[in-house]
Design a binder for this molecule. Structure first.
Ligand code: FES
Length: 92
């Protein structure tokens, strides 16, 4: 199982994620709040987060490009975990 490390407001939380699940799904299942105003459809941008270099995630998709997302920013609802991942949430 991939290890998913969430960095939220200076706090570090490690959880196990299922390969192929979105960052949004893994966060919510772990009780880590991540906004998802459009319900994970890839339109609102509220699930925006930063994926640290070296993380193993799915490639960018059109929904992300349409919202002007550029790495390391990603949409939590559109980005799937393919291996170990570190995700930073909240303000930089
Ligand atoms: S939840 Fe709306 S873009 Fe991800």
């Amino acid at each position: 199982m991939p290890k998913v490390t969430f960095l939220v407001a200076g706090q570090k939380r490690e959880v196990e994620g299922k390969k192929g699940d979105t960052i949004l799904k893994i966060a919510l299942e772990a009780g880590i709040p991540m906004e998802a105003a459009c319900g994970g459809m890839g339109f609102c941008g509220t699930c925006r987060c930063r994926v640290k270099e070296g993380s193993c995630v799915s490639p960018m998709n059109d929904n992300e490009r349409n919202l002007g997302i550029t790495p390391p920013e990603r949409l939590g609802c559109q980005t799937t975990v393919e291996g170990d991942v570190t995700v930073e949430m909240g303000e930089e």
